[in-house]
Design a protein around this ligand. Structure first.
Ligand code: GDP
Length: 461
């Protein structure tokens, strides 16, 4: 099935649809160069070397359609490892449509979504996690998500998984060997060594699994909660950050009862700002719900900004509030205390009165003073979340599910070892673990899985 599907030649527009200066139509498959050559007027493309560029015209019978540039890639030196041609034409929807129809008439077939990348995978150019990284790379909207996708594309995850797989295979083979000799009651696999190996692998898996939180945050934005009493200036700050009048600003305490979210890319990192209701003792029912939700948001956030007006919050009170917030944070060191409205106050006095607060920043949201100091502090905290490290970051839900299943199988294996369960059951769990790991890179795959992955790509990718 896979064989004949790759025997044909596919064609699709590789650049966005619509009018532009130039469009690229891509063909891949055994006949791609022949098909283009049939309608190309210029050199004989079938006699040209790989990685060359040729100017000519494409005619439909007597009718000139466009002047084009054709790039040639001869198998296996192409993205798909098949013969490929890329035709750069003028990007008029009419020309594009005529050319694609012409190529189809000459023997090509319209490509399905992601089919070029699927062929690259089937021909061994990329493993599955790398193919998925192609989609992420195309979709990346910030420097950090670009970096994570690129790391995955370059095989960052694949290399790591390969190591784990090799360790597990070694482990499995010892167990299987033992099974072969079970009559003789020999133990090839030293149980203590085995369990320490499995522990080690699980540690590595745990690290990868917990990187998902960060990976996901990079894809969908690092959540930052802006907290503070009503009228502290939260909406004003959010607007200053976003440079837009999006949140409602008013003088009546408690107007920001609803949680507002907004996104902003700062220094290549996507932040998701969450403006919460003021956190304070309250008898007002609506506000009480707001306060509870605010703590929920704080739990899920990477960074919390506690914004306060020094005229309204005494040093003693601030100390209590910061302590309370920290108890709800996963990373208490990522709490920033931000004194607002310093345009009305004496900075030096505020600085000394509140000097006990770690990460104290002084700003004026309304006058836009020190906003860059604040964004720098945010970036620093985000980097502290190890964004720049070489550590493998998992950002794909399918991968995290497979890693979690691998880990579960290994946890079962460990338990069996402790309970001295028979080698057969142990071998089964290890094979399960290997199976799930293999699903990530596609060394174990099935058609449904491939279809579901590649159908999420756009046509032409
Ligand atoms: P929120 O309830 O925390 O969202 O507070 P708002 O952003 O609605 O601000 C409350 C009031 O404080 C508004 O009248 C703002 O104009 C004012 N305000 C906010 N930031 C500053 C500031 O830096 N300096 C001064 N003087 N006023 C500010």
């Amino acid at each position: 099935m896979q064989q004949d599907f790759q025997n044909d030649t596919i064609v699709a527009l590789a650049t966005p649809a619509g009018t532009g200066a130039i469009a690229v139509i891509r063909l891949s498959g055994p006949d791609s160069i022949r098909i283009v050559n049939k309608v190309f007027h210029g050199k004989n493309l079938e006699e040209q070397p790989s990685h060359t560029l040729h100017l000519g015209t494409i005619n439909d019978g007597e009718t000139l359609i466009d002047e084009v540039l054709v790039s040639l890639f001869i198998a296996p030196r192409s993205y798909t490892k098949e013969h490929s041609a890329e035709v750069s034409c003028h990007a008029s929807p009419y020309i594009i449509d005529r050319l694609i129809r012409l190529f189809i008439r000459e023997g090509a077939r319209a490509a399905k979504p992601g089919e070029f990348t699927q062929r690259a995978f089937l021909n061994g150019q990329l493993d599955l996690s790398q193919a998925e990284a192609v989609a992420d790379l195309i979709a990346s909207t910030s420097g950090a998500s670009h970096r994570v996708a690129l790391q995955q594309l370059r095989g960052g995850i694949s290399g790591k998984l390969q190591q784990l797989r090799e360790q597990l295979i070694q482990f499995a083979s010892l167990i299987e060997l033992e099974l072969d000799f079970s009559e003789e009651d020999v133990e090839f696999a030293n149980r203590e060594q085995l369990s320490s190996l499995v522990h080690q692998i699980r540690l590595e898996l745990g690290r990868m699994i917990s990187s998902f939180e960060l990976g996901n945050a990079i894809k969908s934005g690092l959540p930052v909660v802006i907290s503070g009493k009503p009228n502290a200036g939260k909406s004003t700050l959010l607007n200053a950050l976003l440079n837009e009048e999006r949140a409602i600003v008013s003088d009546i305490p408690g107007t920001t009862r609803d949680i507002i979210e907004d996104e902003l890319v700062i220094g290549g990192i996507r932040f998701r700002f969450i403006d919460t209701a003021g956190i304070r003792e309250t008898t007002d029912k609506i506000e009480a719900i707001g306060v509870e939700r605010a703590y929920g948001k704080i739990k899920q956030s990477a960074i919390v900004l506690y914004l306060f007006d020094p005229r309204e919050v005494s040093p003693v009170e601030l100390g209590g509030i910061l302590d309370e917030i920290r108890t709800h944070m996963a990373k208490p060191e990522n709490l920033l205390a931000v004194a607002n409205k310093i345009d009305l106050l004496e900075s030096e006095k505020v600085r000394s009165d509140y000097s006990f607060a770690e990460n104290l920043l002084l700003i004026s949201a309304r006058e836009q003073q020190n906003i860059t100091i604040l964004t720098d502090a945010l970036l620093e905290k985000a980097q502290a979340a190890r964004l720049d490290s070489d550590e493998t970051i998992i950002s794909n839900i399918r991968h995290i599910e497979a890693l979690t299943r691998t880990d579960e199988a290994l946890a079962n294996a460990l338990e069996m070892m402790e309970q001295l369960v028979s080698g057969e059951l142990l071998a089964f769990e290890i094979r399960q673990a290997l199976h799930y790991l293999g699903e990530i890179t596609g060394s174990i795959s099935n058609e449904d899985l491939l279809d579901s992955i590649f159908s999420k790509f756009c046509i032409g990718k």
